[in-house]
Design a protein around this ligand. Structure first.
Ligand code: HEM
Length: 521
């Protein structure tokens, strides 16, 4: 199931009914549209294929892994209930996908299908192609937000730290009088949500509890509504989408909170042009507005829609990736001391002044954690808006998806030595690892967490994640707070930590960590 932790039983039964409806209608639709296929092939093999397509919902990562291992580096197809994916795993094929123009292979169209913005993001009329329209957002994240990091990181760190203190210190201790056992995921997502609200919309909204709560609900609701709609036939998705978005309406709260602020910013900009003195703002809302083409300025609504989509894409994956890194710190406690040493000897000021560019051991640990337990099994996801063929002749039809086998590639022995082994300092400079004076294996090819050259975490080339420098800095800040403030372990190390849905894995929201506050002399 999806990461549900705050739904009422009414919402739960609503969701179950919709999912059952989706299942029945999709099967009927598929059977009807596959009559010719059915005559040519055996019904048993047809049913087996459809069953596996549905199984993909619950076992996506292991199905992709199985096919990846069989394919021996060649592209392979995966059936999903509503579509078919062509999965590639050679860097040459990935480059071919990246080289295809936006009107042939589109990330935006795949994201639109994934998130159903019409019903999950207050009727956002998302285009299939990014084109020049998307440039203000990319410039804002890649250049302006990244260069603003030294200014914003101290506030992010202080707020995250205060939030952790108040959430953790309010919990009852165990019998030893010291240990507290908070649920990890809610703690992490709250910190990341604050950080993103500050970076995207400014301090007032970041401090607005109702807004941040709606922002977190919005993520779960988006996943839920989008999944149901993807499984329904087109004719049903419109009324069901309208119904669901009227019941699960956190995106409306966000929209209504952001619109007056965006309207005021647009007004202030007009007044500034007339020579009036107006307040100065340094956040993504302002930069997106200022980066939009002067000849065709964006309306307040357009700015808000862009920010809502950004909110979803940034809070969810960053929080889940941090959660798995904390699990790994608990599962591999031998790394904690060297990491503490690095953080405490360098200090926060250096971290913030370098925009999160220091702490190479922590950088490597995060990279190894995301390599071994990636939230997403695939990357470089594109929808074919026109038929497309790879250089080896493998072709996809219009509407089908292409993606890379990110997880399989990260576990490929020809790319990473001893890939199944967790080596936290695999990506650090061997000279730095040697100085620790302990038997930690350092990799032969040092490489940064934000690099896009040797793995697929951030996607590919012109579409590679423009928020990765910000994401890496915020993740480091949160992990460094955990590492320096607490001794930690998983409360129940044997319990399952995550579940799969399609190509994703999600940490269980109820997984607890046992924390003991460190007494630093
Ligand atoms: C651990 C955290 C994150 C991961 C693993 C991640 C990963 C990705 C991936 C795989 C893509 C698609 C690239 C492709 O298909 O070639 C992407 C795109 C994108 N990411 Fe991230 N991301 C993260 C955090 C963030 C954050 C914090 C932001 C914003 C501050 C952000 C903003 C974006 C945007 C706007 C795009 C779309 C780029 C485009 O349309 O060209 N991401 N990200």
């Amino acid at each position: 199931m999806l990461p549900i932790n705050s739904y009422t039983s009414e919402t739960g039964s609503l969701v179950l009914s919709c999912l059952s409806l989706a299942l029945v209608f999709t099967l009927a639709h598929r059977l009807a549209s596959s009559r010719i296929w059915l005559f040519r092939h055996s019904p048993v093999s047809f049913l087996r294929r459809r069953a596996r397509a549905w199984l993909f919902l619950f076992q996506g990562p292991s199905i992709i892994e199985e096919e990846f291992n069989k394919a021996g580096g060649k592209p392979f197809f995966i059936d999903v209930p509503e579509n078919r994916y062509l999965v590639v795993s050679s860097w040459n094929h990935i480059k071919e996908i990246d080289a295809a123009p936006d009107h042939v292979l589109s990330l935006q169209a795949a994201a639109k299908e994934l998130l159903q913005p019409k019903h999950t993001m207050s009727s956002f009329n998302w285009m299939d192609k990014r084109g020049a329209e998307g440039t203000p957002l990319i410039r804002t994240l890649r250049i302006l937000l990244t260069s603003h990091l030294p200014k914003i990181l101290p506030d992010i760190r202080r707020a995250m730290s205060a939030h952790m203190d108040s959430a953790i210190d309010s919990l009852p201790t165990l019998e030893d009088g010291k240990t507290v056992t908070p649920k990890l995921y809610p703690l992490v997502i709250r910190g990341i949500a604050y950080s993103n609200a500050l970076a995207f919309f400014g301090e007032d909204l970041a401090k607005n509890e109702r807004f941040v709560k709606a922002g977190m609900d919005f993520i779960e609701q988006t996943l839920l509504i989008a999944e149901i709609l993807r499984l329904l036939p087109k004719a049903l998705s419109e009324p069901v989408g309208r119904f669901l978005s009227s019941k699960l309406n956190s995106s409306r709260v966000i929209f209504e909170s952001l619109l007056p602020i965006a309207t005021e910013r647009v007004d202030q900009r007009a007044r500034a042009r007339l020579g009036h003195k107006v307040p100065e703002h340094k956040d993504c809302m302002q930069w997106i507005m200022e980066s939009a083409p002067k000849s065709k300025p964006w309306t307040p609504e357009r700015i808000v829609y862009e920010l809502i989509a950004l909110w979803f894409g940034s809070v969810h994956i960053t929080s889940t990736t941090v959660c798995f890194a904390i699990h790994d710190l608990c599962l591999h406690p031998e790394y904690v001391e060297p990491l503490r040493g690095e953080i405490e000897s360098t200090g926060w000021a250096a971290f913030e002044q370098t925009a999160g560019g220091c702490w190479p051991l922590l950088d490597s640990f995060m990279k190894e954690s995301a390599r071994v337990t990636p939230v997403e099994s695939v990357s470089t996801r594109r929808m074919a808006l026109e038929p497309f063929q790879l250089s080896d002749g493998t072709a996809v039809k219009q509407g089908e998806w292409l993606c890379s086998a990110a997880r399989g590639m990260m576990m490929d022995a020809s790319l990473f030595e001893n890939p199944a082994q967790f080596q936290g300092f695999r990506f650090a400079d061997p000279a730095i690892v040697e100085k620790i004076g302990r038997p930690f294996a350092a990799g032969e090819k040092p490489s940064d967490f934000t690099s896009i050259a040797d793995w697929q975490l951030w996607g590919t080339g012109k579409c590679a994640c423009p928020g990765r420098y910000y994401a890496a800095a915020v993740m480091k800040a949160m992990l460094a707070l955990f590492i320096t403030k607490y001794d930690m372990r998983l409360t129940d190390p044997a319990a399952p930590r995550y579940f799969a849905w399609r190509t994703f894995i999600y940490p269980f929201p109820g997984t607890r960590v046992s924390l003991n506050r460190r007494v630093v002399a």
